[in-house]
Design a protein around this ligand. Sequence first.
Ligand code: C2O
Ligand code: CU
Length: 499
Amino acid sequence: TGLAGCASGESPEQTARLLPSAAPLPDRFNRPFAVPPVKRPAGKADGATRYEITQRAATVELLPGLRTEIMGYDGLLPGPTIKARRGERVIVRHRNELTVPTVTHLHGGHTPAASDGYPVDLVLPASGSYGHGHQSHTADGVITRGVRDYEYPHDQRAATLWYHDHRMDFTGPQVWRGLAGLHLITDDEEEALPLPAGDRDLPLMVMDRSFGADGSLAYPSLDPNLASIPGVIEDYSPGVLGDVILVNGVPWPVLEVDAVRYRFRIVNASNARRYQFALDPAPPGGTAFVQVGSDGGLLTAPVEHNDLVAAPAERFDVVIDFSAYPVGTEVTMINKLGVGSTDAVLKFRVVRKAADESSIPAKLSTIEPLRPGPNAPVREWRFARERNEGRAHWRINGLDFDPARMDAEPRLGEVEIWRFYSDLHHPVHVHLDPFQVIRRGNRKQGQYDAGWKDTVDLRPWETVEVAVRFTEHAGRFVLHCHNLEHEDMMMMAAFRTVG
Ligand code: C2O
Ligand code: CU
């Protein structure tokens, strides 16, 4: 079967398996780039901005001439973008009009436990009785039917966040079917910078998907309500890779750009795929990507990359300077870890010269280094695949996720050292507060570890140490592998922050 760590059909860098589309793959680079719509507030009340999002089934055209049924926030893939300011209290009312329970998590949010989307805090479908036999873990959760208000104080710096489903055991299939969207926080510091802005500040939410012959989203799921392919879940437990690359929901789009600087918020929203982005052709005499931000917002100073490796859920906020290219150049953003159709992501067409007021300052922001004291608590988290009763389990410290078991109780305000160790590639994500990478293998940091991170790309047989401090919000949260199939196969742990 496909349980060998290095998958068939894709680069050995991947731990996952390619699920080939039965539908014909569309031509690449002939559909226009699109940006997800920005959500309009439903109103303001009690000092909070209110939004209302309906999670519902919708039929959309992702592949030319084919109809794809999705599960979308407001029926969109990706969902609408929420834009907020630092300190702005936002309440998002999610209404579940799907046929399955959902849980919504704001990834990167400094969010109180009640609104963080603990994996068993289910919102049951608004209508109908969700069949029993699917609620085996609900005893530990706060269950609501139909609607739930998620409250975000946004007491955090400007950053590129995203929101997505987090239902225990079913995050992979539900995100795959469309439950993901962007959530951007801005603040005065960021706005004062001369970085490219307005329509030169664009999100690139990258996800891979596969399609059945009729255009349906193919996914090997256990849940009969999710149109499964029976019997193959075990084969795909290392992770599902699609052969169609969507950028903001459009397969391999083409974007016409002026010969100036653009800022791109790259979000790897794929279930299991890692990318190594590069530009082809490379900018003559220049650097492909100047990174200005990471998961947790602005870096202290820009970092130059010609290649950018992004694991699932990581964000890279980068500037590309198209003035390095003659007008008329077509520049492809390629994926060096992809094979065949997945070796490219989108194409830029440099169409005209234009004025450019933007610049990249040498100093972007200030980041207080987290310094663990000599007696700082050290916690070890070992991410590994194990077999139990003949079945592959993805586990942390040899344990399956149990939402009722607290695996750590960090004290609020205290800097701790968390040591992650992995057998394969695992993108490790911690909820509630970001961390700083203080050691990767025998180096201080890897080249993609700068700034505040909330997801770190663990590579095979590697130890990564991070310094983390949970500042406020007592309650229960999770850390997990953000390969969503690993997460669903139990590679998740719970912790309770205590005051
Ligand atoms: Cu992006 Cu726990 O999730
Ligand atoms: Cu993993």
